[in-house]
Design a protein around this ligand. Structure first.
Ligand code: NAP
Length: 294
């Protein structure tokens, strides 16, 4: 079997088109969705993520502003900026681009964002609401995974789903989403991590495997059952002399071998990556819609 390739680039483009229509309708009601991004310092990866967010926002008609603060800013200066943005009605969504400079308390800054403007869904209030099945916002990368599954006709309901990785931004929130008695979820979920004695034992049984470990090619063909659906969240740089940059991006899944066994698989790049920014825009538009009472 050669797997169907689930294109995140295509699914993200479809969602952005739907979103552009929703933004038009909100603007007709006098509400322009607004997203504020706080960027501290000049980290090149952070700059490229922020640029992608700004470009995506422009594409769907969301008003986006990036507030750049120098790397040597005090924590108080960043807290003050977030507090200002909390009160600014032009912005329905706020995010602080991570990582922050080492001497700053990321948690403190993230938790300062009002939960109703927390479009990354990192605030404990939003994490708690997610767990009890009453989310205002779904976290962006896990929501992207959910959309890739449902829009490719691979509804997780009734399936055995194994997540590799238990981070607070991918593995744990994905677990909380997929276990819900809700549309696009309702799966039987196992989370494996470095404390799991025999990870392959669980992955081999999975109807759906979601790899989010940040380890190149760790999910091999031997570990995947025939006909499984495989979603690769991992983004890893590996050296490649044929590239000008000297590296290329690979996921956590041995794509070439696993695609011969799986029913469907996402590529890296072009899989989960394009979904994350798109789901951030979805959250911003939802937050704006709430203020418009719709
Ligand atoms: N495409 C996107 O939009 C997007 C968004 C977010 C992240 N990512 C990518 O997804 C990957 C994961 O990101 P993250 O932030 O969740 O990473 P993270 O915070 O480093 O967490 C990695 C998780 O994987 C587990 N793990 C690592 N090596 C393992 C192994 N050999 N066996 C079993 N479990 C293992 C770790 O287990 P322990 O907890 O036991 O240490 C941890 O729970 C990274 O490659 C990242 O770049 C992509």
């Amino acid at each position: 079997m050669t797997a169907e390739i689930i294109s995140g680039t295509q699914v993200a483009a479809d969602i952005r088109q739907e979103l552009a229509q929703e933004v038009k309708e909100l603007k007709a009601k006098g509400v322009t969705p607004g997203l504020a991004v706080v960027l501290v310092g000049e980290d090149p990866a952070s700059i490229s993520y922020v640029t992608a967010k700004a470009k995506g926002a422009e594409e769907v008609g969301v008003h986006e502003e990036t507030f750049r603060l120098p790397a040597d800013s005090t924590e108080d200066a960043v807290l003050k900026k977030v507090a200002e943005l909390n009160q600014d009605p032009r912005f329905h969504g706020i995010l602080v681009q991570l990582p922050l400079p080492k001497d700053m308390d990321e948690k403190k800054l993230t938790y300062t964002i009002l939960p109703e403007k927390d479009v990354d869904a990192f605030h404990p209030v939003n994490v708690g609401k997610l767990l009890i099945g009453e989310p205002d916002f779904l976290p962006c990368t896990p929501h992207g995974v959910m959309q890739l599954l449902t829009r490719s006709g691979n509804d997780p309901s009734g399936k055995y789903l194994v997540i590799v990785g238990r981070s607070n931004i991918v593995g744990k929130p994905l677990m909380a989403m997929m276990v819900q008695k809700a549309k696009g979820a309702n799966a039987t979920v196992t989370v494996v991590h470095t404390g799991t004695a025999d990870m392959a034992h669980y992955v081999k049984e999975a109807d759906i495997v979601i790899a989010a470990a940040g380890r190149p090619n760790m999910v091999t063909a031997e570990m995947v059952k025939d006909g499984a659906v495989v979603i690769d969240v991992g983004v890893n740089r590996i050296p490649d002399d044929t590239k000008k940059s000297g590296f290329r991006l690979v996921g956590d899944v041995d794509f070439e071998a696993v695609k011969e066994k799986a029913k469907a698989i996402t590529p890296v790049p072009g899989g989960v990556g394009p979904m994350t920014v798109t789901m951030l825009l979805v959250n911003t538009v939802r937050a704006a819609a709430r203020t418009a009472g719709s």
